[in-house]
Structure formats: structure tokens, C-alpha cells
Design a protein around this ligand. Structure first.
Ligand code: ZN
Length: 152
């Protein structure tokens, strides 16, 4: 996917902010919201959801699960907004791997400041260089390719 236009980024940031407003994070007090754009152009919001034993679900994982549940398998772009102006909220290691699983060609990750301004745009390769993915397993014949729904 080519880079988002300023107008599209603004629209997606609003969606991510709304999702962040719904984050359930009484333990970390670290609300995060995302707006994930799939290959079809549909937008999947996500927020982090924590539980008492601390194994919560990140905002990115929430949105990726919603996308996969809807039958889609490719992410075109994702906008991530955290709660701070002191540091940018980029996807955690686990979410980087989740993004890797469904990354469309040229996936860009937009990390926004708390106030909605653009902080930095990353490619997946920036965040997860020399990554391991489905193709690596497919090479030895044990990959998930046969179970993977055909990309639309
Ligand atoms: Zn995460």
C-alpha cells in the first residue's frame, strides 16, 4: 500500500483515539488504540484489554483478531496511538510478530503522539528485521499454508 494521505491519516487517527477511549487498562493505566486497515479497505479498531492476572490483549492484537475473525488475512496499514507525549507507542514484540503474520506488501505502521500528531512511520522491516514468518515454515513443509485462507 502506498502511504496514507494526510486526510486519511487524520480519519484513522480519530478512529484509533476512539478505540483508545475504550481501552480497559486498570492495571497498567496505559491505554492504546489502533485503527487497522485491511487489504479490502475495511477499518478494524482495537484497544488493549487487560485482566487481573496481567495477561491482557494489546490493541494491535485485538484489531488483528477482529480482522481475521471477519475472514480477512492482510493488513495494509495500521495507526497506533498511545497515552504519552514522552515516548512513542510502537507495537510490542509480540504484536510485531502478529503484524508480520498478516503484513501486506509495503505495510506501514504509523505511531502517533498522544495528541494525535504523527510521530513516526515505520515499515515492518524497521521494527522486525530478519523476521521469521509463515514462509519459513512452508520451506520445510510444515507451514500453515494449507490451513491459511486464500488472501483476497
Ligand atoms: Zn502488543
Amino acid at each position: 500500500m502506498s502511504a496514507l494521505s494526510a486526510l486519511e491519516l487524520k480519519r484513522l487517527t480519530k478512529i484509533a483515539e476512539k478505540a483508545r477511549d475504550n481501552a480497559y487498562c486498570p492495571y497498567s493505566s496505559h491505554p492504546v488504540g489502533v485503527a487497522l486497515v485491511s487489504a479490502s479497505g475495511k477499518v478494524y479498531p482495537g484497544a488493549n484489554v487487560e485482566i487481573a492476572h496481567y495477561k491482557g490483549v494489546c490493541a494491535e492484537a485485538s484489531a488483528i483478531s477482529a480482522m481475521a475473525t471477519a475472514g480477512e488475512r492482510e493488513i495494509s496499514a495500521i495507526v497506533v496511538i498511545g497515552p504519552a507525549m514522552e515516548y512513542l507507542c510502537t507495537p510490542c514484540g509480540d504484536c510485531r510478530q502478529r503484524l508480520r503474520e498478516f503484513a501486506g506488501k509495503g505495510l506501514r505502521i504509523y505511531s502517533m503522539w498522544k495528541d494525535g500528531r504523527l510521530g513516526k512511520v515505520h515499515t515492518l522491516e524497521d521494527l522486525l528485521p530478519w523476521s521469521f514468518g509463515p514462509e519459513n515454515l512452508a520451506e520445510v513443509g510444515s507451514g500453515p499454508q494449507k490451513n491459511k485462507k486464500k488472501r483476497k
